[in-house]
Design a protein around this ligand. Structure first.
Ligand code: C5P
Length: 227
């Protein structure tokens, strides 16, 4: 089994105020922390990063410094995350039967969790790494609570998300879904009626979206790298 990894990294970081994938901890970008564990998985034989045109040179420079032994390519991203993912899938090696997608702003993913998710995808249509909700969730309208959702059934989706190539290609490029907007690829795969399994992730596998997330991320970096 061989796997292509897609890293959408063409976001503008509107909620953060700048591109969080290029924030640095100790001279290394969040993007490179997010990519490295994939490069060191034997099951993975290509990594494709989708970046905006303006960032291509910068990411190329990062890759030169990292000097990975594995092929890491850059493709141009699109207007939406889903366009960036589609561009990268089009450029991927069709011989790889599994596609794994990971947000560039999740720098704390571990090699063991990646491998667990890939292994699970051998017997599933698709796999989402997720964590059980520890908060009680409220459905609201105009800042009034309409109902409380049964927490035991709620999981928070993270990435990586792993798919059989034939399934994700069928769904993403189906004209029926062309005008759908989705924040992760598994939503569309679920909608199309496929089985999407969960692999339990880590609460530390956070996505850096806001400045508060960056405060938390710096604390996690410090703990992991023993500073
Ligand atoms: O905006 P959000 O945090 O959901 O973005 C998730 C991921 O999608 C990020 O890794 C971001 O860089 C990427 N993205 C992209 N192309 C876009 C928009 C977002 O690759 N046009």
């Amino acid at each position: 089994m061989s796997v292509s990894v897609i890293i959408p990294a063409a976001g503008k970081g509107e909620r953060f105020g700048k591109k969080k994938q290029f924030l640095h901890y100790k001279n290394k970008s969040v993007l490179m922390y997010a990519i490295s564990p994939f490069v060191f998985c034997d099951e993975i034989n290509e990594v494709i990063i989708a970046v905006s045109k303006d960032d291509k040179n910068q990411v190329n420079d990062y890759l030169k410094v990292a000097n990975f032994k594995k092929k890491v390519s850059i493709v141009e991203g699109g207007l939406l995350r889903q366009d960036s993912v589609k561009n990268a899938i089009k450029c991927s090696n069709k011989k790889n039967q599994i596609i794994c997608i990971h947000d560039c702003a999740r720098p704390f993913i571990s090699k063991s969790l990646i491998q667990k998710a890939i292994k699970k995808c051998i017997t599933s249509d698709a796999v989402v790494v997720a964590v059980p909700s520890t908060d009680t969730l409220k459905e609201t309208k105009d800042l009034k609570i309409k109902k409380t959702i049964d927490r035991d059934k709620i999981w928070k989706a993270q990435t990586p998300q792993v798919f059989k190539r034939s399934i994700i290609e069928n769904v993403l490029f189906d004209l029926k879904y062309e005008n759908f907007f989705y924040t992760d690829e598994s939503s569309l795969v679920e909608q199309a009626g496929y089985d999407v399994s969960i692999v339990e992730g880590s609460p530390l596998n956070i996505k850096i979206t806001t400045k508060d997330d960056w405060l938390l991320a710096k604390a996690i970096f410090k703990e992991i790298y023993n500073d």
